[in-house]
Structures are given as C-alpha cells and as structure tokens.
Design a protein. Structure first.
Length: 574
C-alpha cells in the first residue's frame, strides 16, 4: 500500500468515527423519545403520519405482533412495487415511453428492494420510468432501511427491559427512523450531491452532439442520448440506507451519479455512516458505551485488514501482463474509473460489501482474484462487519450471543449477555439467524451449477464463472446486491432463485431476532458476578472476531478454493 493510499484510508476511517459518534447518540435519543431537537423539527411530521394512518403512538407490541406487523407491511410494499413495475407503461412520468417490466424481473426487483438487497437484474435507465424509480424503488429504499433499524431497536429493548411482555411499536420505530433520521440526512446529502453535479430533474432524455463523430455500421453517429431523471434523491438514500440500487446500470461509476472525488467521498461515508453510528446508539441505549465501542472495534478488526488486502491486490502488477512484457507498474486499472483510481475503487468495494449496500464505483468482476475475494468473503461473513442499517448490528449481536455461549461452555456456567441469561431458546434462534444465509448461498450456488439454463447465463466458464455464480448467491442471500459481471441474471431461474434467497436472507433472520428480543425482555436482570464474562474487554472483542471469521471460513473456504483462490494460483503459474 502506498503512503497516499494509507492516508486516504486513515482519513476515511477517522471521518467515519468522528461523524458517527454524535449521530449515534442522537439516534439513541430519538428512539427513546428524548431528542428535543428532533421532536421540535420533525415531531410534527411524525405526529401527522400517526393521525393519517390512525396509529396509536403509545402501543407496546409483543414480539409476535411486532413480527406479524413488519411482515404484513413489507408484503404490502412488495405488491406495490410489483404493480408499479408491471403497469408503468400506462402511468405518468414515463417520458421515454418505457414498457412494463416482465413478471420474472418485476418479482425479483420487488423482493430485492423490499428486503434492502437492491439486486438489479435490469438496466435502470432503460427499464424503469421516473415514477417507478421514485414511488416504488426510492420509497422502498427508505422503508426497507427503516425496517432494519426498527428490528435492531426492538432487540435492544429486549436486552434492556426486565420482566416485560412488549418490545415497542413497529409503527413508531419505522416512522421515527424515516422522519427523524433517514429523511433529514438524505435531504442534506442530496443537496451536497447536486452541488457536485449529480443529476436531479424530471426532464426527458437529452440529445447532445458528440465532440468527435463516430463511425458505426457504415454510417456516422454525431449525437448521443443522455438519460437523466431524479437521480440525486435516489442516490442519497441508496447510500445512507445501505440499499445500493443505482439509478443507472453503471451505478456509482456513472458520472451522473458520482461525478467528482468529493461526491465519491461523501457517498463512501454515507455507506457506513449509519451502521457505524448504530454501534454508539447501542452503547447509549444499554447504558454502557463500552459495549457499543467493543462491537465497533470487532467490526474494524475484520474490516481494516481486508481493506488493505483489497487495495494491495489491485495495486500489485498483473503477473500475466508482466510476462507479456507490458508495463503493469500502475496496478490493475481494468474496470476502474480514472476519476477515482485504484485506492478509492478498492476502498469502495470493501465498504459496500462490508455493509449490505452493493453499490459500486468500479467493476468487481475485473478485480484481481484476491481483490475480488475480499468483497465476496465480506458478504459471506453474514454482512455483520458494519452490515446494513440495523441488520448488520443485530446480525453481529447474534454472533455475540454465540460467542458468550461458547465462553460459558468453556468455564462451565450459564452464559450471560448484558445481564440476561442465554439459554437454549436464544441459542437456537441465534444459530438459525447465523446459518440460514450461509445455507441459502451454498445451496443456490450448487443448484445454479447443475441447472442447464445457467450454462448459457455464464459468459466465463471455468473457475471465474464459478466465482460469478458464488458471488451472485452470496450477494442475494446476504441482501447485498452487488455482482460480478458476466452473469446474465434476468432469466427465469436466477430471477426466481435469487428472489427466494433474498427472502430467506432477510426474514429468516428478522423473525428469530425478534423472537430473541421477546424472550430476553421477559427475563429478569442477573447482576454480574466474578464468573461473568465481561463483554466490553479486548478478550471478548477477539473472541467475537474469532467466531465470525471461523464460521465464515469453515463454511465458504471449499467454495472459495474452487473460485478466486485457484484463479489466483493459476494466474501465477500460467
């Protein structure tokens, strides 16, 4: 890693913590109803939404009711997205006259955006109308992010409450997440992005003259059609909500989505800002800031070495080019924007897959084998190294429950976490939450390797093609949404199979998490004793890191060995 690259990484991480700490404290006050600033600025909008929806603001739901309400709300959102996609050709705000979306892709997209995955089996600018982009996709960017944050807050209440039957109100948690946090931050970021040149308009596509006419198919092309639209508003929430779905097919590599180094830095910060800040929120709500700092430290211990590995792999010369006599001293610039270079491309790839964001500013498929392994494995760890807004932290807390259970077995006593006994029910639910995404990713990959349709969908057969399939199902089952190119995922098999894995990776985790929240809320507080494992110390941090890495390594190392690892070795022996 060059000194310049190291300086950029340090600056990024410092800014992340400096901005994340006060934001985390603010969010804790919001969820506890104690934010004077938030109540003064955004309280009227919150109360207006309660009146319109006729929802009582003081309801306290059991975990079963909380989960049922969340599932019904998300199902309704998926149906709205599906209908808008299918009917967009007869709806307004479609200046390009785009047709309705086919049923397979519409299903895949509806599931994708409702589950906060934002996997895109289509080209946004040539498939979705302005109305669909705004009323369907952008709205779900807010709602799906708020759902993850609400579930996390419910889990924290379960840890904090004693002898209680309720874990809060889903409606209140979602509404506050949107009105007090996501919407204000998105407005600020959208204005900053517009100042950098990100497009925001309802105007039709523009015809512009080329500086230099091009010869194509025996004729001369002198004009180009530039697709525009309400881009900045979608980009802001896609990053802040760890959604990742781009307005354009090229995502944040497109100059209309990400035109300058400043916009690039702002968007990268937005990707990890709320997931990092929620660690401080967790510490504040459990009344022990050391707990949140310990979780954040565990995330950084995993994140930083993988970030360094990705940058190093991309800055190293391609040995195949070197053997051909080409000058590869500049590193691997294939698939990267010269506006951002290697460091910002590899840093973005690490951040976007550490979070369940999935947006890209470079082509992950063109990374070196080890450079591509880093984002793939970060997803396979369960999207808990920062992870999605809310979902990353509640996923990491599932690993924390497993870690304290293992520690309890070592010393021969009932494990405890923050004053609550961890018993058989909690371990079953935590194990389910940890293992379901891994199961979905591996089973989906295995099926894709034997179904005849997939052979035609893979443009690069062999070890790299296997890596593309493994990446696709790792992305969908962990609700990330990024992809290796070279895989045509719009066919019936991939659209359906990935839709199923997205649902498994989202709701088969949320429901066990809420079950744990309800179980812990009913328990009494157990004061710490000499036999209690402190969960804020370096010992616990490294135990937690070890559990995350060991589960991820043991589960996916055989598959990775057939893909990027063997590709890396082959590149050096060809």
């Amino acid at each position: 890693m060059t000194p310049n690259a190291a300086l950029q990484c340090v600056l990024y991480l410092v800014l992340l913590v400096v901005v994340g700490a006060p934001l985390g404290a603010y969010m804790a006050r919001v969820y506890e109803g104690q934010s004077k600033l938030g109540n003064r600025l955004f309280g009227p909008l919150e109360r207006f939404m309660y009146r319109v929806a006729r929802i009582p603001a003081d309801i306290d739901m059991s975990w079963q009711r909380y989960a049922g309400t969340m599932l019904a709300f998300n199902l309704f959102g998926a149906l709205i997205v599906y209908v808008l996609e299918r009917m967009q050709h007869v709806l307004p705000l479609n200046p390009a006259g785009l047709p309705g979306v086919g049923p397979a892709v519409a299903f895949n997209t509806a599931v994708s955006f409702v589950t906060n995955t934002n996997w895109q089996a289509y080209g946004g600018e040539t498939t979705m109308s302005y109305l669909t982009q705004m009323a369907a996709l952008t709205v779900q960017n807010f709602v799906s992010a708020a759902t993850g944050m609400a579930v996390l807050v419910a889990l924290i209440r379960g840890i904090v409450r004693r002898n209680a039957n309720g874990i809060g109100s889903f409606w209140v948690d979602v509404t506050r997440s949107i009105t007090h946090i996501l919407l204000p931050l998105s407005v600020i970021l959208a204005v900053l992005l517009v100042s950098q040149g990100v497009v925001q308009t309802f105007g039709p596509p523009r015809q512009v003259s080329l500086v230099q006419p091009l010869a194509a198919n025996g004729s001369t092309v002198s004009t180009q059609t530039l697709v525009v639209g309400p881009v900045a508003s979608q980009v802001a929430i896609k990053q802040l909500g760890t959604n990742g779905g781009g307005y354009y097919n090229a995502n944040s590599a497109h100059p209309f989505e990400n035109p300058t180094p400043i916009s690039n830095l702002l968007e990268m910060l937005a990707i990890l800002l709320i997931p990092a800040a929620l660690c401080f929120t967790f510490g504040a709500m459990v009344r022990d800031r050391r707990q949140g700092i310990a979780i954040l430290a565990a995330m950084l211990i995993i994140f930083v070495p993988l970030m360094v590995l990705a940058i190093h792999a991309e800055q190293a010369a391609n040995p195949a080019l070197a053997r051909m006599g080409a000058d590869a001293a500049g590193g691997n610039m294939e698939g990267k924007e010269v506006r951002f270079g290697i460091t910002n491309s590899a840093l973005w790839a690490t951040a976007t897959t550490a979070a369940s964001n999935g947006s890209v500013n470079a082509m992950h498929d063109s990374f070196m084998p080890l450079g591509g392994l880093v984002p793939m494995w970060l997803m396979q760890l369960g999207e808990v190294v920062f992870g999605g807004v809310g979902s990353g932290l509640y996923g990491m807390l599932m690993f924390a429950i497993v870690a304290v259970f293992i520690a309890g077995l070592m010393v021969g006593r009932t494990p405890e976490y923050l004053g609550k006994k961890i018993e058989a029910h909690e371990m079953k639910m935590a194990s389910l939450a940890v293992l379901v995404p891994l199961f979905a990713a591996l089973v989906g990959t295995a099926l894709a390797c034997v179904v005849p349709e997939t052979k035609r969908a893979v443009a690069n057969p062999g070890m790299h093609g296997f890596g593309e399939i493994l990446y696709a199902f790792s992305s969908s089952s962990n609700n990330n949404g990024s992809a290796f190119a070279g895989l045509t995922a719009s066919g019936m098999f991939y659209a359906t199979a990935q839709g199923i894995t997205m649902l498994m990776g989202r709701y088969w985790i949320i429901v066990p998490v809420l079950a744990i929240a309800g179980s812990l809320a009913r328990k009494k507080y157990v004061p710490p004793s000499v036999g209690t494992l402190p969960t804020h110390t370096p010992l616990f941090v490294f135990l937690l890191v070890g559990v995350v890495i060991i589960i991820g390594a043991l589960t996916f190392f055989p598959a990775l060995a057939l893909g990027p690892i063997v590709e890396h070795l082959a590149l050096r022996t060809m």
